[in-house]
Design a protein around this ligand. Structure first.
Ligand code: NHV
Length: 855
C-alpha cells in the first residue's frame, strides 16, 4: 500500500493505467451552443461559431446589412465595443480520466481573453495563429463553462497610437486614428480601395477539445528531400508530444498510397521522452507520379498517414495529401537584368493567374464550397498560379487543399501591405509566432511555391513620399530599420529554419517600379500605369517586366450584383450609393476616359456598366497576351485581382457573388495552353503561337481568312509550320497592308490545326478598335432549351456581333461561355447551369452585344 502511494505521488500511477487504458483520441467539436453579448449590455443572444460579431448581430436583427446602400458608415460602432462569447459543454468521468486535454482555438480575431471554469487560460493577441491550450487541470466532470472576452481592436490600439505620437502611412486604414498597423489582424478589414471597413471580432475559426492518452502529434511535415521522375526521397517528420512522465515506447507507422493502389506501410519503434519528440520516417518512392501544375497534366496526389501507437493502440494519427514535385524560383542576374521565374519539375513555367484578396469582409462566411469554386474558377480560366496578397490573411487550409488538387501554385505573401509597421519587441515576437505557425501549417502543401515578405512596402518607402511625412528624421530611420528587421532578418530566418527549401523574397515588387523604366528589367513588377498612370492598354505592349505580379483595371459588377446594394433610383455613376461602393478616387472618371479610347462611351448607366465590363476584359487580355508574347524575357502575368470581398466596383475578374466578369472569360481565352496572337510590328502582322504545352506540334497548319462583317471572305491563305513547346514564337508574318485593306469592316480569322486536323487555337484579329469599326446592327436570334438546373441557349447571327453578354437573374450561375463574339453566320450553343433553373419555369434572359440589346 505504501509503495502504491509513493508511486501515485511520483506520478507513476497513470503510467500503470496506461498499459491497459490507452484509447483513441477524442476530438470534441465545440462550435455549438454559443451565445454572445455586448459588454455592458447584459443581453445574451445566440451566436454562430466560427463567426464574427457583425454576422451574429445581423442574424439577430441587431445590425442592418452592411453591404447595402450606404450602410457601411452606420455599422462602424461595432468595432469600438467589447464583446463576449460563451458556451458550455459537458464531460463524463471517462473523458475526464484521459491523460491529457487540449483546447484548440484555430483562430481568434483578435484580442481575446479565454476563460474556462474560472481560469484565465490565455490572452490571445494575433488573428493569424491558432491557440492550443492544455486544459487537463481545469476541466470538470459535468458542465464546463467556456467564455471569450473580445476587446475592441480599436480601443486596444489607441494607447499605442497615442504613445507613438505619429501616424503611420497606412492610407488604406479608413479611419482618422490609424491603429490597424499595431495589430496582427487582417489589414483589409480596416478598409481598402475595394474594401468595406468591417473591423471584426470573433471566434473566426473552429474550436475543438482534444482528449487523448500517451501522446499527441503536434506537427507533421512532409519534407520532399529530392524529387525526380525516377525517385522521390521524402522525410516524414513528426513532432510528438508525450504526456507521460517517464519515457515510453511507441510504434510509428507510415502508410501511403496513390489513388486506389496498394497501401505501402513502413514502421519503426521509438522511445518517446516526456514532452516534445521529433520522429523522422524517411521513405523513397520509385517512379513517382509527379504533381503537375494546371495545364501540364494531372495534379497527382498521394495519401499519406502517420500513426503513433502505444501498446498496440493508435493514440494519434495525421493525414496529408502529398503532391511530389520540385518548384524552384529562378532569380538570377542575367544579361538583361535579374530573372524571375518558376521552374516546376525542372521545366520553366510561364505563370498565369491573379492576385487573391479575402473572399469576404466577414471571413467565416467563406465556406469550403466557396473556396473550391474560386480555385476551380481560376483553374477553368487556365490559370496556374494565385498570389495570396499581403493585405488579407493566411488563407484557410481548405484553400490550399483546393490548390493542391487543382494544380494551382500559390505565391504566399506574409500579411503586411502598403504601410510601414512597428518593430518593437512585442510586435516582432507576435510576427515570429505567426510566421512559425503558418509556415508549419502550410509547408507540406504541393501548391506552396514561395514566401514573400510583404506587398509594396519597399516601393512605398522609396517612392510614395512617406519620408517627407516625418519632420523628426529619427522616426523615418526607425521605420527603415524596422523594414530590415522584419523582412530582411526575422522572416527569412524563420523560413530558413522551418522551410529551408522554399524561396523567400523580402517584398513584392522586389525592386522594379512602374514609373521607372530602367527598373523593369529586375525581377517582378507591379505595373499600375494603366490605372494610376492613366495610360492606354497599349502601354502594356512595351512596358514589359521579367514577371508581372500586379496590373489591373476596374469594372463595375454586372447589374444583378449592383441590384443587391442599390435601388433603381441609385443607378447613376455618381450617385451616393454607387460612390459608397467605389473606393478608388479616380475610378469612374478613368473608366470613362479609357473607354473613350476604344469604344463609344454611352450615357445610359446599364450600358455603361456592360461596356465597362467589356473594356476591362479587353484591356487585361491585352496585357496577358503581351506578357506571354514576351516570354522568356517575361515569365509571368498575375493580374490584379481575382475576387471581391463584398459587392463593389473593383479590379476583380469575379464579383462577390461568384459571377465571372467579362475579364474572367477574356483571361480564360488569353491563358489558353496554345494561343494564336496577332500583333502588328512595323509593317508586318506577326502571328505568334504562345504555347505552354510541354510537347511541340510539328506539321501544324495556320489558316488565315479575311472576311467582312457580313461573312464574305476576301482573302484566304494556309501556311504550315511548327509550334514549339513551352515557348512563344512568331509562327508567320504577313504584310499588314495586304490584310488590312478594309480595316473598318473586316476581320482576320486565324485557325491553327495540328497534323490530324484538330483545332489548337482559333482567334479573331480586328484591324480597328470598336469605335473605329463600322459594326453592323447585327440581329442575333436565339433558342432556349430548359431543363432542371440547366439551360441551353443557341445563338446565331448573319452578321458579326461583338461581346455578346447573356444575363440571367441567378447569382453565381455558370456559363460555358459569355462575353464572346459571334462570327457572321455562326451558331453557338451556350450551356448555363444553376440550381435555380427549373424546367418549365422560363428564365428571364437578357442578351446584349456592342450594337444592341437582343429583343
Ligand atoms: O489599387 C489597387 C491595388 C490595391 O488594392 C492593392 O493594395 O497591392 N493596388 C494598386 C497598387 N497596388 C495595389 C499600386 N499602388 C499605387 C500606385 C501608385 C501610387 C500609389 C499607389 C495592390
Amino acid at each position: 500500500m505504501k509503495k502504491l502511494l509513493t508511486m501515485m505521488l511520483l506520478g507513476a500511477f497513470p503510467m500503470l493505467l496506461n498499459a491497459t487504458e490507452n484509447k483513441e483520441p477524442e476530438k470534441i467539436c465545440l462550435n455549438k451552443g454559443w451565445e454572445f453579448s455586448q459588454v455592458g449590455k447584459g443581453e445574451w443572444l445566440p451566436a454562430t461559431v466560427p463567426g464574427t460579431v457583425h454576422q451574429d448581430l445581423i442574424d439577430n436583427d441587431k445590425l442592418i446589412n452592411p453591404f447595402f446602400g450606404m450602410n457601411e458608415e452606420k455599422v462602424q460602432w461595432v468595432e469600438k465595443e467589447d464583446w463576449q462569447y460563451r458556451t458550455t459543454f459537458t464531460l463524463n468521468k471517462e473523458q475526464l480520466a484521459r491523460q491529457a486535454a487540449v483546447l484548440n482555438f484555430e483562430g481568434l480575431d483578435t484580442y481575446a481573453d479565454i476563460y474556462l471554469n474560472g481560469s484565465l487560460l490565455e490572452r490571445a493577441d494575433n488573428m493569424f495563429v491558432g491557440y492550443e491550450l492544455p486544459v487537463k487541470d481545469v476541466l470538470r466532470e459535468g458542465e464546463n463553462r467556456l467564455q471569450v472576452y473580445f476587446h475592441s481592436p480599436i480601443k486596444v490600439g489607441l494607447p499605442q497610437w497615442e504613445t507613438d505620437g505619429f501616424e503611420y502611412p497606412a492610407d488604406n486604414d479608413h479611419s482618422k486614428t490609424r491603429v490597424s498597423i499595431y495589430s496582427r489582424k487582417a489589414p483589409y478589414s480596416y478598409g481598402w480601395d475595394w474594401g468595406i471597413r468591417l473591423a471584426t471580432s470573433g471566434i473566426w475559426r473552429p474550436v475543438t477539445l482534444e482528449l487523448f492518452d500517451a501522446a499527441r502529434i503536434e506537427d507533421y511535415f512532409v519534407h520532399q528531400v529530392s524529387v525526380s521522375k525516377e525517385l522521390a526521397k521524402i522525410n516524414n517528420i513528426l513532432e510528438v508530444k508525450s504526456v507521460t512522465q517517464t519515457p515510453q515506447q511507441a510504434e510509428v507507422v507510415l502508410t501511403y498510397s496513390y489513388k486506389d493502389g496498394a497501401k505501402v506501410t513502413e514502421q519503426k519503434v521509438v522511445t518517446l521522452q516526456p514532452g516534445c519528440n521529433k520522429v523522422s520516417m524517411p521513405v523513397e518512392i520509385a517512379n513517382p507520379h509527379l504533381w503537375m501544375p494546371n495545364g501540364w497534366g494531372e495534379a497527382a496526389l498521394y495519401d499519406f498517414e502517420m500513426t503513433v501507437k502505444v501498446d498496440g493502440k493508435a493514440v494519434a494519427s495525421e493525414k496529408k495529401r502529398v503532391g511530389l514535385r520540385t518548384i524552384k524560383v529562378v532569380m538570377e542576374d542575367d544579361k538583361d537584368g535579374k530573372s524571375f521565374y518558376f521552374e516546376v519539375n525542372g521545366q520553366p513555367m510561364f505563370a498565369k493567374g491573379s492576385n487573391l484578396i479575402p473572399d469576404d469582409a466577414l471571413l467565416p462566411n467563406v465556406t469550403k464550397e466557396r473556396y473550391y469554386q474560386l480555385v476551380k474558377d481560376a483553374k477553368d480560366a487556365n490559370h496556374n498560379m494565385i498570389r495570396v496578397w499581403g493585405g488579407g490573411i493566411y488563407e484557410d487550409d481548405r484553400f490550399y487543399d483546393a490548390a493542391d488538387e487543382m494544380g494551382i501554385l500559390i505565391w504566399q505573401d506574409f500579411i503586411f501591405a502598403c504601410t510601414t509597421y512597428p518593430s518593437d519587441p512585442t510586435f516582432l515576437s507576435r510576427v515570429a509566432e505567426e510566421a512559425e505557425y503558418n509556415i508549419k501549417r502550410l509547408r507540406s502543401h504541393a501548391c506552396l511555391a514561395m514566401w514573400c515578405g510583404n506587398n509594396e512596402i519597399y516601393e512605398g518607402m522609396r517612392y510614395w513620399g512617406w519620408d517627407k511625412k516625418y519632420t523628426n528624421p529619427a522616426i523615418w530611420e526607425e521605420m527603415k530599420n524596422g523594414y530590415n528587421k522584419l523582412f530582411h532578418q526575422l522572416l527569412p530566418a524563420i523560413v530558413k529554419e522551418l522551410d529551408a527549401d522554399r524561396f523567400y523574397m523580402h517584398g513584392s515588387p522586389y525592386e522594379a517600379n512602374w514609373g521607372r523604366p530602367h527598373s523593369w528589367k529586375i525581377a517582378d513588377s507591379h505595373n499600375w500605369g494603366t490605372w494610376y498612370g492613366q495610360k492606354p492598354f497599349e502601354s502594356l505592349d512595351t512596358e514589359i517586366p521579367r514577371f508581372m505580379s500586379e496590373y489591373g483595371f476596374q469594372a463595375f459588377p454586372e447589374m444583378k450584383t449592383i441590384a443587391t446594394f442599390a435601388e433603381p433610383k441609385d443607378y447613376a455613376l455618381e450617385s451616393d450609393v454607387m460612390n459608397a461602393h467605389q473606393k478608388a478616387s479616380i475610378g469612374n472618371a478613368l473608366i470613362k476616359k479609357t473607354m473613350a479610347l476604344y469604344y463609344e462611351v454611352p450615357e445610359d448607366f446599364e450600358e455603361l456598366v456592360y461596356k465597362g465590363l467589356v473594356l476591362q476584359g479587353f484591356g487585361i487580355r491585352h496585357g496577358i497576351e503581351a506578357h506571354r508574347r514576351n516570354r522568356p524575357y517575361c515569365m509571368g502575368t498575375l493580374y490584379w485581382q481575382l475576387n471581391d470581398s463584398w459587392p463593389v466596383v473593383s479590379w476583380s475578374s469575379i464579383d462577390y457573388y461568384g459571377n465571372w466578369k467579362a475579364m474572367h472569360y477574356q483571361g480564360q481565352r488569353a491563358c489558353a495552353p496554345i494561343l494564336l496572337n496577332a500583333f502588328k510590328e512595323g509593317d508586318d502582322l506577326c502571328i505568334y503561337t504562345l504555347s505552354d504545352e510541354l510537347t511541340e506540334h510539328k506539321n501544324a497548319t495556320l489558316q488565315l481568312k479575311v472576311m467582312d462583317f457580313n461573312g464574305k471572305v476576301l482573302n484566304k491563305k494556309v501556311v504550315k509550320g511548327e509550334v514549339p513547346a513551352n515557348a512563344s514564337v512568331v509562327f508567320h508574318k504577313e504584310a499588314y497592308a495586304g490584310l488590312a485593306t478594309n480595316p473598318t469592316n473586316t476581320l482576320l480569322l486565324m485557325t491553327l490545326k495540328d497534323q490530324k486536323g484538330k483545332v489548337l487555337s482559333e482567334e479573331i484579329y480586328y484591324f480597328n478598335y470598336p469605335k473605329d469599326q463600322e459594326l453592323p446592327m447585327a440581329k442575333v436570334s436565339y433558342k432556349v432549351k430548359q431543363l432542371d438546373g440547366k439551360c441551353e441557349v443557341t445563338l446565331s447571327a448573319k452578321q458579326l456581333a461583338r461581346d455578346i453578354f447573356i444575363e440571367i437573374p441567378y447569382q453565381g450561375a455558370r456559363f460555358s461561355d459569355n462575353f464572346f463574339d459571334l462570327l457572321p453566320g455562326q451558331t453557338k450553343k451556350i450551356v448555363i447551369t444553376s440550381d435555380e433553373i427549373k424546367k418549365g419555369e422560363p428564365v428571364e434572359l437578357k442578351i446584349r452585344h456592342l450594337t444592341g440589346v437582343v429583343k
